[in-house]
Design a protein around this ligand. Structure first.
Ligand SMILES: Nc1ncnc2c1ncn2[C@@H]1O[C@H](COP(=O)(O)OP(=O)(O)OP(=O)(O)O)[C@@H](O)[C@H]1O
Ligand SMILES: [Mg+2]
Length: 312
């Protein structure tokens, strides 16, 4: 069974290099390979980059006394991988601008528009929200007055899909999310646990098959066991929908398990300090978390963050 490995690449900081973080001892190099910066390739017109940030800065309340720069000069590219979206995790301290980046991709105000730089989705500048992007928030956003089925099919209703078709699809997705169609479909959000509500929120997004799924700490409020189950479910569904996922988390373990690529962010004003490539998970999260190579990858990132934080 292959195990996860981390390849350190883009945005290697002077601080990290100076501290020797990039030249870790041989034993930990079993899973950590230092690599080249991801080259800023020119986009192929037939396969434009899925998401691209070009020197993006966001200053809230610009020109006012309370003006605050949340992210500065952020640049990265997520390429279109044929027949498979990438799973991109963003790790960083609280307040470093993770949600600012995610909501800029979503085209949500006030994060959108950026103060400077370009936010591109599928080769086009973001002008607002669009059906190519779906967002899942931390706080299980559902419509309280709608049943599970009505919540899951909300987007299809907005697209004017006939009731029969959307209910069929809705039931299919309720089942895929591990909920019980017979007993759960007609419940209201207040009758569900946190984990169940988050399943409904994810189903509501995935049923629309967005090209890009934006998830802002979706499992942050779940208990550890439910969280691991949700991670497994997400990996399974992500393979099915083949979307590019942007996933914000504070959990290094979660990022290593889920991510193909992890961006490490600095304190505010946030920048991407480092990009790490991770081998895909090969077994369920609870098994993965016991494997030495998984733990090595987690410790590597933890050390990296400590180094980056002590060399701002
Ligand atoms: N609408 C806003 N107006 C003013 N400042 C804002 C606004 N939204 C965010 N900020 C500030 O910008 C900074 C980055 O916020 P953001 O929500 O992007 O951080 P984050 O990395 O997602 O934090 P957390 O991990 O706590 O969710 C914070 O200092 C926050 O107070
Ligand atoms: Mg946030």
């Amino acid at each position: 069974m292959s195990q996860p490995a981390v390849a350190s690449s883009a945005h290697e900081t002077t601080a990290a290099l100076a501290s020797g973080a990039a030249s870790a001892p041989r034993s930990s190099m079993a899973t950590v390979i230092t690599g080249e910066l991801t080259p800023p390739r020119s986009p192929n017109l037939l396969r434009p980059h899925v998401v691209e940030f070009r020197n993006v800065t966001k200053t809230y309340n610009a020109g006012k006394a309370e003006e605050f720069t949340a992210i500065r000069d952020v640049s990265f590219v997520v390429e279109d991988v044929a027949d498979k979206g990438e799973f991109v995790c963003v790790l960083g301290p609280s307040g470093c601008g993770k949600s600012t980046i995610l909501r800029s991709i979503a085209g949500l105000e006030p994060q959108h528009p950026a103060t400077a730089g370009d936010v591109l989705v599928l080769g086009q500048p973001v002008v607002g929200p669009g059906s190519d992007r779906g967002m899942v928030f931390q706080d299980y956003t559902s419509f309280d007055h709608r049943t599970v089925l009505e919540n899951v099919t909300f987007g299809l209703e907005c697209q004017h899909l006939p009731r029969k078709q959307r209910d069929e699809l809705g039931r299919e997705w309720i089942q895929k999310m591990g909920l019980n169609v017979d007993t759960d479909a007609h419940k209201y959000p207040h009758e569900l646990s946190g984990g169940m509500r988050q399943r409904v929120a994810i189903a509501r997004t995935l049923i629309l098959k967005p090209r890009i799924i934006l998830m802002d700490e979706p499992f942050g409020a779940l208990d550890p066991l439910t969280r691991l189950n949700m991670q497994d479910l997400l990996v399974k569904l992500w393979k099915e929908v083949q979307a590019t996922v942007f996933f914000i988390t504070h959990s290094i373990e979660e990022a290593v398990f889920l991510g193909d690529r992890v961006y490490l962010m600095s304190n505010s004003p946030g920048t991407i300090l480092e990009e790490l490539k991770i081998e895909p998970a090969t077994c369920p999260a609870h098994e993965m978390q016991r494997q030495p190579k998984f733990l090595e990858a987690v410790y590597y990132i933890r050390d990296k963050i400590t180094t980056l934080e002590s060399n701002p």
